[in-house]
Ligand binder design. Sequence first.
Ligand SMILES: [Zn+2]
Length: 75
Amino acid sequence: MVATMLVDVDHLLANPIYDANRCSIGFHPLHEFIPIIIYGVICFIKPLRYVGIGLIIHMVLDSIDCMISSGVWYV
Ligand SMILES: [Zn+2]
């Protein structure tokens, strides 16, 4: 599950690091559509299943945050 926290490293690459009005989904390189599909595939790979689930949960939480702050699910 620690690996799922690493996806937030790309939040640190953004400038500014945290902007409450910005959507993570579609903005950060690891929060785009194609990586999210890869996370979905990881869910079906047994040894990586929990990493994949953790990543999907992360994306869902970021998306909900986006919905609350900006009124959209993604950029
Ligand atoms: Zn994130």
